[in-house]
Write a protein of this length. Structure first.
Length: 372
C-alpha cells in the first residue's frame, strides 16, 4: 500500500495549532481581537522557549563530557548565537503588545488572575538549565520556594511544577559544565593537576595585575589632570581607580570564597577566562573565545528581554499589582538586574587590558595549530 503523500497542513498540524486560541471561554468567537492577540503572542513565546531549551541542552551535553572535542565548539557557538537571536525575536513581540490600549487589556485582565507569566514553566526551565541557583531567585510573592507558584490553584502538583522539577534534577547545569571545561584551560602551558600549576596560575595573575596597575595609574593621572573639577574631585577620582585595582586583585585571587580548596578552583577558573580573553588570537584559544562571547550574547539577550518586558507592562498598565500577586513592574525590573548566571565572564570585561599592557603568554607555541 502506498504511503499517503504529506501535506503542509498535516506536517505543521495547522488545524490543531489554529484551534488553540480560545482561552478560557472555549470559543475564540467570544474573545476580542486584543485577547486573541495576547494569547497568540504568548503561545509564540512558549514555542521560542522550546527551541531555546533544545539549543541550551545540546550545548550543555557537549560541555559535560570529560573531553570536549574542538570540532564541537563551532556548533556550540552557533547554538548560543541562535539563543541570542531567539530572545531578540521574542523581545520584538512586545512592540505588538504595546498596540493594545490599557482599557482594552483591562477588559479581559481579570480573567487571568491568579495566573501569571511567572508560571511559564519553560522560562523557569531555561533559568535552571543555565544555572540560576534557587538562592539567587527573588521572591515572587510570599512563597517559600519559587516552585510554590507553579502548583495548581488548590496547591496540588501541576505539569508546570513537574516539568521544572525534572529540569532541576537534570545536572549539570550549563554553567557547571562550561565552567568545569573552562577551568581545564592550560594557562601558560600548565594544566590542572600538574605539579607547578598553582604557581603558574598565580604568576599569570600577578603579571596581569601588574599590567592592570599600570593601566589604572595612567588613567588615574589623566583623570586628575583632565576630568577633575577641583583638588578634592581629583582625589575622589584617584580613590575610585585605587578601588578598581583592589577589586581586581580580590576577584582574581578569589578572596570572596571562604573555603581554601574551593578558592583555588575559582581562582583558576577566573584566571582561565582572563587568559582566553587576553590571548584569543592564538589558534587553540580562538573557539573558546567564541564560546565566551556566545554565553555573554545569549545572557544579554535574555536580560534585554526581561527589561523590554518590564517597559511594555509599565506602558500598558503602569505599576499595578501583577495578576499573580507580584509587585508587577518592580519585580520585573529587579529580575532584569539580579538574574546574572555567568558572572565570572561578565566581570572579566572590566579587567581586560590594552594588548600592549597585557602579559605575553608563555609557551606561545603550545597554543598553535598542530603541524605548525
Amino acid at each position: 500500500m502506498a504511503k499517503p503523500k504529506p501535506s503542509y497542513w498535516d506536517y505543521i498540524r495547522v488545524e490543531d495549532l489554529l484551534a488553540l486560541q480560545s482561552g478560557l471561554d472555549g470559543s475564540e468567537d467570544r474573545l476580542s481581537d486584543d485577547e486573541v492577540r495576547f494569547i497568540v503572542i504568548h503561545q509564540i513565546d512558549e514555542l521560542w522557549f522550546k527551541l531555546v531549551l533544545r539549543e541550551l541542552t545540546r550545548t550543555r551535553d557537549l560541555f559535560r563530557r570529560e573531553y570536549v572535542p574542538e570540532t564541537g565548539l563551532a556548533a556550540a557557538a552557533a547554538s548560543l548565537r541562535r539563543v541570542a537571536m531567539i530572545f531578540g525575536l521574542a523581545t520584538d513581540h512586545f512592540a505588538l503588545m504595546e498596540t493594545m490600549r490599557t482599557t482594552a487589556y483591562l477588559a479581559f485582565r481579570d480573567k487571568l488572575s491568579p495566573a501569571s507569566g511567572f508560571q511559564s514553566a519553560q522560562m523557569r526551565e531555561i533559568e535552571v538549565l543555565l544555572g540560576l541557583e534557587a538562592g539567587e531567585r527573588l521572591a515572587f510573592g510570599h512563597e517559600a520556594s519559587f516552585l510554590d507558584a507553579l502548583r495548581g490553584p488548590d496547591g496540588t502538583p501541576s505539569p508546570a511544577e513537574q516539568r521544572v522539577r525534572r529540569r532541576m534534577a537534570d545536572r549539570p547545569t550549563l554553567k557547571e559544565a562550561v565552567y568545569a571545561w573552562l577551568a581545564r584551560t592550560p594557562i601558560d602551558g600548565s594544566r590542572p593537576g600538574s605539579e607547578d600549576d598553582e604557581a603558574a596560575v598565580r604568576d599569570f595573575i600577578d603579571r596581569f595585575l601588574a599590567g592592570h596597575a599600570a593601566a589604572l595609574a595612567r588613567a588615574k593621572d589623566h583623570a586628575a589632570e583632565v576630568q577633575a573639577l577641583s583638588g578634592p574631585d581629583a582625589e575622589r577620582l584617584r580613590a575610585r581607580y585605587d578601588r578598581e585595582l583592589a577589586d581586581a586583585r580580590a576577584f582574581l585571587n578569589a578572596e570572596d570564597v571562604a573555603d581554601a580548596g574551593e578558592r583555588a578552583k575559582v581562582r583558576r577558573l577566573r584566571a582561565a577566562i582572563l587568559f582566553i580573553e587576553t590571548n584569543r588570537d592564538l589558534p587553540l584559544l580562538s573557539w573558546p573565545g567564541e564560546i565566551l562571547d556566545g554565553l555573554i550574547a545569549a545572557e544579554q539577550a535574555m536580560l534585554v528581554f526581561r527589561q523590554r518586558h518590564a517597559r511594555m507592562v509599565e506602558r500598558v498598565i503602569g505599576r499595578r499589582v501583577g495578576t499573580g500577586g507580584s509587585a508587577g513592574v518592580e519585580y520585573l525590573d529587579q529580575t532584569a538586574l539580579a538574574y546574572r548566571v555567568f558572572k565570572e565572564i561578565w566581570r572579566t570585561r572590566t579587567l581586560l587590558l590594552d594588548p600592549q599592557l597585557a602579559p605575553e603568554p608563555k609557551q606561545r607555541e603550545f597554543y598553535g595549530l598542530r603541524g605548525e
